[in-house]
Design a protein around this ligand. Structure first.
Ligand SMILES: Nc1ncnc2c1ncn2[C@@H]1O[C@H](COP(=O)(O)OP(=O)(O)OP(=O)(O)O)[C@@H](O)[C@H]1O
Ligand SMILES: [Mg+2]
Length: 252
């Protein structure tokens, strides 16, 4: 039985690629409402775990329960409809649409309006109001009418997260949301994630340990496909196996 405060539970999750075990017997519980980090050296299997959880890959064995339902055999779209959304699934922003248009498209997709051209002006005005709210939350106001392609790297990532949130997911999976960002953008995205976490659960892969320590409640450390440690930052960072894994990575 899954505890009611566990939103996501993977048991015995294993993925084999042609005889190579990329993920080995992973047992992962994510607490509802938490910001949970999945960390580990390059090639540890973090992205593969994300692909398994969102059903982009089929597990070789193991089970996945999300929000009380066994989703192990479900299609990716079905899992997304249940509210488990991965950033890149929808983070494909349209480069030549403006910030407002990109968010509107995401909101329409969620509302299932994309093919219903006959929707009233009133409904469209409501969507616009929600879009502007999201734009304000993400401090993109002055870029409302800027095409996505003209945004800085950090703002583009902010727009991607905003379009993800337009889908109002119950749980959001972010794979290295800060990758390639400078300090200033990192600080901004940390705040955006904190805000996005209100009322939902976040599981994120992140290499920047200062981001992890200041944002995440629970940290799971993966090495060569296996969980080697789990707990809060203080506990995990003192773990000798974790220290060794990270030393190995730095020397690589
Ligand atoms: N489709 C695939 N076929 C074969 N091997 C794969 C496949 N996908 C991943 N792997 C291997 O599985 C291992 C884990 O890869 P994965 O991308 O999950 O690591 P990661 O922890 O996300 O690493 P990084 O920090 O570099 O993003 C790697 O050795 C990788 O080469
Ligand atoms: Mg990865």
């Amino acid at each position: 039985m899954t505890a009611p405060d566990t939103i996501l539970q993977a048991q015995g999750l294993t993925k084999e690629f042609l005889g190579f075990l990329a993920v080995k017997d992973v047992n992962l519980s994510v607490k509802r409402g938490s910001i949970h980090a999945l960390i580990g050296p390059n090639g540890a299997g973090k992205t593969t775990v994300f692909n398994l959880l969102t059903k982009f890959l089929t597990p070789s064995s193991g089970t996945i329960r999300f929000d009380g339902v066994d989703v192990t055999r479900e299609q990716p779209a079905a899992v997304a409809r249940r509210g488990l959304v991965r950033s890149f699934q929808i983070s494909a922003t349209f480069p030549h649409l403006t910030v407002l248009e990109n968010i509107r498209v995401a909101l329409q997709r969620r509302a299932g309006l994309a093919t219903q051209f006959w929707r009233s002006d009133k409904v469209l005005r409501q969507l616009d109001a929600r879009a502007r709210e999201l734009i304000a939350d993400f401090k993109l106001d002055i870029y409302t009418d800027t095409p996505a392609v003209d945004l800085s790297y950090g703002r583009k990532r902010a727009l991607e997260i905003a379009t993800t949130l337009a889908l109002d997911p119950t749980m959001l999976l972010l794979d290295e949301p800060m990758a390639g960002m400078g300090h200033e953008d990192i600080d901004r995205v940390v705040e955006l994630i904190r805000k996005a976490a209100v009322g939902r659960t976040i599981l994120m892969v992140e290499h920047n340990l200062s981001v992890v320590s200041n944002l995440c409640d629970t940290i799971t450390v993966l090495q060569r496909g296996e969980i080697i440690a789990e707990g809060d930052y203080a506990t995990v960072s003192e773990n000798p196996r974790v220290r060794e894994a990270y030393m190995g990575m730095e020397e690589a």
